[in-house]
Design a protein around this ligand. Structure first.
Ligand SMILES: Nc1ncnc2c1ncn2[C@@H]1O[C@H](COP(=O)(O)OP(=O)(O)OP(=O)(O)O)[C@@H](O)[C@H]1O
Ligand SMILES: [Mg+2]
Length: 372
């Protein structure tokens, strides 16, 4: 594999959840480097998450709703809102370690945060200059809710050019030209959309404009959090094609969060499957789909509608609440037909199954699971 541009090691993200905190065993445990302990009411939701992505490669992050996809990826970028916080982990961009900060969230929430920070030492973190630069110039982000990513009282053109203004020496005329080019590239009527306010755009246009704003800085990493959710099938397909074309033309590394396996097949090189706040399987898309190693992956694939299959097989049971996931045994036990005593004895960690694949299941080499 080529040298990764973005690497995340052992990331843990905590969320503020008073109910869950009351019965979590690790509550009050030492958590470095963010202070002596998780403050009261905070519990770990995402744990031991490691992944990397290389230039030209698309890593899909897949899992049912509430499995921790957004927390993991946005956490690694320092883009979590209030109520969620990186508790530990290492993040490396282009060989240099950076501390994820809350730059974007902070800008929106500065006033509120000042009050919060006085109360909670946990919330304190230095704003890392390298991180600011990387986020401002190297990373483009498409948020889960296209309209939510925009400031409603400022025109699209100004917002799309903001980071160039902050992080480069370009003149305003040059920035305007780049933004117009970028809007044209995503097939928006550039002159009229440059001066449009976000609420004048349709959902599809808002997502295209978000892509234009992400691309305008010429990022080396593009991160998209379910960018097609809520769009009708035709619009979704054209935006998916546009994203794919931009990614491959610019040879960007990309992290693509989705719960749609068809989108994974269409776009991704590798896939990481998440369950209960952990990655349970990761590998090259074709290999994982043909020959899954984790029973949960088999379940996801088995639930896919296919020609000739009249009855779908959903995974039995409910998705666990992420803050109630067990930490001393496999989290899938109740929903897994392969589970035995070994699965209750300890927590299965993600370990390499072969050169390109890793799985977190004690029994993965005992069965031939069904792929597609
Ligand atoms: N800011 C927050 N404050 C408190 N709890 C949170 C916060 N963000 C997420 N959580 C909890 O963590 C869970 C996982 O969140 P996350 O957004 O990562 O899920 P996801 O896999 O992206 O799901 P979806 O497909 O629905 O976007 C949520 O269901 C919620 O219980
Ligand atoms: Mg999400």
């Amino acid at each position: 594999m080529p040298q990764p541009i973005f690497e995340v090691r052992n990331l843990a993200v905590a969320v503020n959840d008073m109910d869950a905190a009351r019965h979590r065993p690790e509550h009050g445990v030492m958590i470095e480097p963010y202070g002596p302990a998780l403050p009261y009411g905070w519990v770990e939701a995402v744990r031991d998450v490691s992944f990397e992505v290389a230039p030209g490669e698309v890593l899909a992050v897949v899992g049912e709703s509430g499995s921790g996809k957004t927390l993991s990826v946005m956490g690694s970028l320092g883009l979590l809102g209030i109520g969620a916080k990186v508790a530990r982990g290492t993040v490396i961009f282009d060989g240099a370690q950076i501390r994820p900060t809350k730059e974007l969230a902070e800008r929106r929430q500065r006033r509120f945060r000042r009050r919060v920070m006085k109360r909670e030492r946990f919330m304190e973190e230095s704003l890392d200059d390298d991180w600011r630069r990387v986020m401002g110039t190297e990373v483009g982000v498409l948020f889960q809710n296209a309209l939510g990513g925009w400031n409603p009282v400022s025109i699209i053109g100004d917002q799309a050019g903001e980071t160039l203004d902050e992080h480069t020496e370009l003149s305003l005329a040059e920035i305007e030209e780049r933004v117009l080019d970028s809007l044209g590239e995503v097939q928006l009527p550039k002159a009229s959309k440059f001066v449009a306010y976000p609420d004048e755009l349709s959902r599809g246009q808002a997502q295209r404009a978000m892509l234009a704003a992400a691309l305008v800085k010429g990022p080396r990493l593009l991160v998209a959090d379910e960018p097609l959710t809520g769009l009708d099938a035709g619009v979704a397909a054209s935006i998916l094609n546009l994203i794919r074309e931009m990614q491959s033309r610019r040879k960007m590394a990309m992290i693509f969060i989705t719960h749609d396996l068809a989108q994974v097949a269409a776009l991704a090189t590798r896939v990481a499957i998440m369950y209960g706040g952990r990655i349970v399987e990761v590998g090259e898309v074709g290999t994982v789909f043909r020959n899954p190693l984790h029973p949960y992956t088999e379940g996801l694939l088995g639930a896919l509608p296919r020609p000739g299959v009249t009855r779908l097989h959903p995974i039995e049971g409910d998705v666990p609440k992420i803050t109630d996931v067990p930490v001393d045994r496999c989290a899938l036990i109740e929903r897994c037909s392969y589970a035995t005593d070994v699965c209750t004895a300890a927590l299965p960690r993600l370990v390499a199954a072969d050169a390109s694949r890793a799985v977190a299941c004690f029994r993965s080499d005992e069965f031939e699971l069904r792929g597609i």
